[in-house]
Ligand binder design. Structure first.
Ligand SMILES: [Cu+2]
Length: 338
């Protein structure tokens, strides 16, 4: 689960490690002192001329040990400060849009819109579904020899077509079906009981003209119950914008929202009027579906600004690479570890 790898969770573990270590030492020493110097136990006064209440027994002090009492905690404080700053570096180093998979997150009252700046073609792992979709040029093939799949639905730009898998070959081959990168396409494979076995999807990127104006934009919206779909093992850059749900009133600029992934412990504000937006960046390394919430009260239906983020594998890839850059170890200049 990505949450376990985020800087915040790793940082929590590291602070916990040092907290427990210091705790064992100080509480251990305290209980030792309580047992040794309790009422009824005569203190060992050999070598001490006098003991005066409130003053340090100067006759028998240990300079080395006393210096260590200052030096050791100072080293620990400096070390955990470095750990904390290393996590900041991991969060604040923002990849350029061309170096990352970019999606614009638009907050409206009261839903999220996801505008894809890069196209994404993804597929469920054929090793677990036993179904594999291949769509190259004009030929679409569904391999389902080892599964119970019977039906295939192909949806291109909202137009649905139904197909059956050949029972003898366990395959479906459709010729003269052209794959168009600019169109949204989704292929779903079912068994005879209509159970969804496998999903393949292509999400097109926003199209711009030479002047940088948006020509075509493909938007997924939580208002339609759709999930934000993100590939794993890649640097992800989410640019956040708050926009009015109604463009007819130019005086109305929208309200503040905050895009929150509670299970990952990350959130980022969406500020109305901030043209450049705010940025959240991360690199997921495990598949899964995780909740999205709004963490900034934004009006009547604030509580309905809920959604999901799906971490998927790109078509032909899997999420086996252990790349978690969110781990402090990978970004700390001090060599990582505790
Ligand atoms: Cu909100």
């Amino acid at each position: 689960m990505p949450a376990e790898d985020t800087v915040f969770n790793v940082l929590y573990d590291k602070f916990m490690f040092w907290g427990i270590l210091v705790g064992i030492f100080t509480f251990g020493w305290m209980f030792l002192a309580m047992l040794r110097y309790r009422d009824g136990v005569e203190p060992d006064t050999s070598g001490i001329d006098h003991i005066e209440v409130g003053s340090f027994p100067v006759d028998r002090h240990n300079t080395g040990l006393e210096v260590l009492f200052y030096v050791l905690p100072s080293i620990i404080v400096v070390w955990i400060t470095m750990l904390a700053l290393a996590s900041n570096t991991a969060v604040w180093v923002i990849p350029a849009e061309e170096d990352a998979f970019s999606v614009d997150i638009v907050g409206k009252q009261w839903f999220w819109e996801f505008e894809y700046q890069d196209s994404l073609t993804w597929e469920d792992d054929p090793r677990t579904t036993y179904v594999d979709v291949e769509w190259n040029g004009s030929m679409l093939t569904v391999h389902a020899q080892d599964s119970t799949a019977t039906n295939v639905t192909v949806e291109v730009d909202g137009v649905k077509s139904e197909y059956s898998i050949d029972a003898t070959t366990g395959m479906l081959t459709i010729l003269n079906m052209y794959f168009d990168r600019a169109l949204h396409a989704e292929i779903t494979v079912f068994d005879s009981e209509e159970t969804l076995l496998h999903t393949w999807e292509h999400i097109p990127a926003a199209q711009y003209d030479a002047q940088g104006n948006v020509v075509e934009i493909y938007t997924l919206s939580t208002a339609g119950g759709e999930h934000l779909i993100i590939p794993c093992d890649e640097a992800i850059r989410l640019d956040m914008f708050s926009r009015p749900h109604d463009n007819s009133n130019p005086a109305y600029v929208g309200v503040q929202h905050s895009f929150w992934l509670p299970e990952w412990g990350v959130k980022e504000d969406l500020v109305p009027g901030l043209e450049s937006g705010t940025v959240m960046t991360f690199k997921p390394d495990d598949l899964g579906t995780f909740p999205i919430r709004c963490a900034e009260y934004c009006g009547l239906d604030h509580s309905k600004m809920i959604g999901h983020i799906d971490i998927v594998a790109r078509n032909g890839e899997n999420c086996d690479a252990d790349t978690g850059v969110l781990k402090i170890d990978d970004t700390s200049s001090s060599g990582g570890g505790y």
